[in-house]
Design a protein around this ligand. Structure first.
Ligand code: HEC
Ligand code: HEC
Ligand code: HEC
Ligand code: HEC
Ligand code: HEC
Ligand code: HEC
Length: 454
């Protein structure tokens, strides 16, 4: 009897704790969880917690403005809501930091309420999910196609179903326990033979592992769902979809040493670098109809598999290999696009592949002495020539662009810039004396919003 009571209490306490953890946070002054959401939605374009992006790092900002500027949270509310008016009012510290950050304008947020701002500040003072953020990074490295955006609805479903199942199970356990305890307390039972009651607890002793096992399985399922879901929010690094033709960059760019720009020729000239058309493939595959490379075969694949993939080129272009002529029946190949910036971002390959080529290669090799690159593309796309299936090698966020612009020294002697910066060079050197006169991309406008945004 007594052991039953004990179990009942314990379970109740456990469930109570579980339910209250989420609620209790709201009792505090600012809610860091809500703050995190707001921060991610409004501030991460320009701020990170612990490193400078466009604006300063915001971890512990409440303390910092107190010591550096002698201002309090009231000031922070004014600044975050409308830093422009605050500056216009002649506020000393506001104008100081504006100067310090090269007069970069911070956006105004008239729509944030005081509660919102308290939440954000609570988050910067006390970031709740710091380890989770690390996990996100770590798991992103090993992300596979299952974590791709296309699967988001199924993973969300897994989360919801697992959570519902757990909730149902908890309710069921509660009801069962209540019944049992009532039974134990009721007078009717007094007449019952003691052994009857004992047999109940014996059954419980025998079978409680089943229940615990079930909870464990459901918890695992839920964890898996949550993991997938986290992966899906805005983190595409590692995105690696299957393609309609198993085209291997390792075989073409690696083994066969075919130049990237033979296929992605527009990278040099224009804004986009495009997937090659099937005609480009046919330049070679008109004659290469089979895969004969005994020296390289991916484990689990055989010659028949590769031959079949080459046949798909013929099906797409309507090439009859026997008669050596086109039948005219073509069928488009729908490659899944992997890299895709939002419409409001302007990214120009030519600027980086031609003008920035040496600067980017030099800077990358200086930062990664053990992992040097020979082709500029690899600075951003990773070692594509070792990938059978292309995957995103960086997270391609705004912070990533900015980080490189801050740290890559512009090559003032390349043809493009020699023309462009002939007279500007000396002026810039005077204007940007940092690091002994190094001129990084930010100095030539690489942090100006309008350069990357329409
Ligand atoms: C468009 C870019 C941008 C966005 C978006 C942005 N900030 Fe800023 N923020 C800046 C810049 C730049 C500064 C440095 C001061 C300056 O140049 O005006 C700054 C400064 C600050 C400061 C002062 C820090 C100090 O050390 O004195 C705080 C606080 C701040 N931002 C909070 C926020 C919050 C909270 C959000 C989101 C609601 C946000 N910012 C969104 C660009 C931005
Ligand atoms: C023989 C032609 C060929 C060569 C050579 C080649 N590629 Fe590709 N590349 C393709 C095709 C076809 C695709 C689309 C299928 C895929 O994603 O694998 C592609 C896709 C890509 C993508 C992903 C595009 C997207 O959807 O976002 C990148 C990035 C890329 N290639 C970079 C490179 C780099 C860097 C090199 C040189 C190291 C290179 N490619 C060499 C044909 C080629
Ligand atoms: C510059 C020549 C060249 C071009 C262009 C080219 N290939 Fe290839 N491809 C090769 C060579 C060489 C092999 C390996 C043949 C061997 O070793 O037997 C190969 C092998 C293949 C294979 C089997 C191995 C694998 O990667 O799965 C496929 C499929 C293939 N190519 C598809 C394509 C497609 C699709 C295109 C156009 C986007 C293309 N190739 C463009 C030269 C080329
Ligand atoms: C400075 C970083 C950087 C370098 C260097 C770079 N790329 Fe890209 N690449 C990007 C970005 C960012 C995108 C996404 C562009 C978009 O969605 O508008 C992209 C997209 C692509 C795509 C997908 C199709 C497209 O144009 O949107 C291909 C293919 C590609 N790059 C190939 C190359 C090749 C080949 C090289 C070298 C000649 C190269 N890239 C060099 C950053 C870079
Ligand atoms: C690997 C380093 C690197 C990365 C990553 C990078 N850039 Fe750049 N970017 C450069 C360099 C170097 C230049 C200067 C090229 C030159 O003109 O000499 C440049 C120049 C530019 C310019 C022209 C600036 C001006 O004032 O003329 C724009 C716009 C630009 N980048 C946009 C982007 C965007 C958008 C992204 C992210 C999607 C990005 N860049 C990522 C290295 C990088
Ligand atoms: C070097 C290029 C570059 C510069 C300079 C730049 N941005 Fe961005 N910005 C990007 C890219 C790339 C994205 C898309 C990131 C993504 O999709 O994850 C972006 C996204 C954004 C977003 C959407 C929110 C988000 O995080 O996705 C806002 C808002 C924004 N930028 C504002 C600004 C403002 C304001 C400035 C000037 C202080 C600025 N950006 C300067 C490249 C740049």
């Amino acid at each position: 009897m007594i052991s039953w009571r004990k179990h009942y209490r314990k379970t109740l306490v456990a469930i109570g704790l579980l339910l209250s953890t989420s609620a209790s946070i709201y009792g505090q002054e600012g809610d860091p969880n809500n703050g995190e959401k707001l921060f991610k939605a409004n501030c991460t374009a320009c701020h990170a917690l612990d490193k400078q992006v466009v604006g300063p790092p915001l971890k512990g900002v409440v303390e910092r403005v107190k010591t550096e500027g002698g201002v309090d949270t009231d000031w922070l509310h004014k600044w975050i809501k409308d830093n422009k008016s605050l500056r216009a009012s002649g506020d000393k510290y506001a104008n100081e930091i504006f100067e310090k950050y090269n007069k970069t304008e911070m956006q105004v947020f008239p729509n944030l309420t005081d509660k919102d701002i308290d939440d954000i500040l609570a988050y910067t003072t006390n970031p709740p999910a710091a380890p989770a953020a690390d996990d996100k990074k770590a798991t992103a490295e090993t992300a596979s196609a299952t974590a791709a955006p296309a699967n988001s609805s199924t993973t969300t479903n897994v989360v919801i179903i697992s959570l519902l199942a757990i909730a149902a199970l908890l309710v069921w356990i509660l009801i069962k326990l209540r019944q049992l305890v009532k039974l134990g307390q009721s007078d009717d039972l007094a007449g019952l033979h003691e052994s009857r009651v004992r047999s109940f607890s014996e059954i419980y002793q025998k079978y409680h592992y089943v229940g615990k096992g079930l909870i464990a399985i459901l918890a695992l399922l839920a964890a898996y769902g949550v993991w997938n879901w986290i992966m899906w929010i805005g983190v595409y690094k590692g995105y690696k979809p299957e393609q309609p033709i198993y085209f291997s960059h390792k075989i073409h760019a690696g083994e066969q040493k075919i130049d990237c720009q033979l296929c992605h020729s527009s990278a040099k000239y224009g804004k986009v670098s495009e997937i090659p058309s099937m005609n480009v493939c046919m330049n070679c595959h008109r004659t290469i109809s089979e895969y004969n490379a005994e020296h390289y075969m991916e484990p689990g694949k055989d010659k028949a598999f590769y031959d079949g993939e080459i046949q798909k080129i013929y099906a797409a272009t309507g090439w009859n290999a026997e008669k050596q002529q086109y039948t005219g029946k073509t069928q488009p190949v729908e490659w899944t696009r992997i890299h895709n910036m939002p419409d409001f971002v302007y990214f120009n390959h030519s600027q980086h592949v031609v003008a920035g080529e040496q600067a980017i290669i030099n800077s990358f090799n200086k930062k990664n002495p053990d992992n040097k690159i020979d082709v500029v593309c690899k600075a951003c796309h990773g070692k594509i020539d070792t990938m059978n299936v292309v995957q995103m090698a960086n997270d391609f966020t705004m912070g990533w662009c900015i980080e490189c612009h801050r740290t890559t020294e512009v090559d003032m002697n390349n043809g493009y810039n020699k023309e462009y910066f002939k007279n500007l060079h000396d002026k810039l050197k005077k204007q940007y004396p940092k690091d002994g006169g190094k001129i990084t991309v930010d100095a030539i406008g690489g942090l100006e919003c309008g350069k990357c945004h329409y």
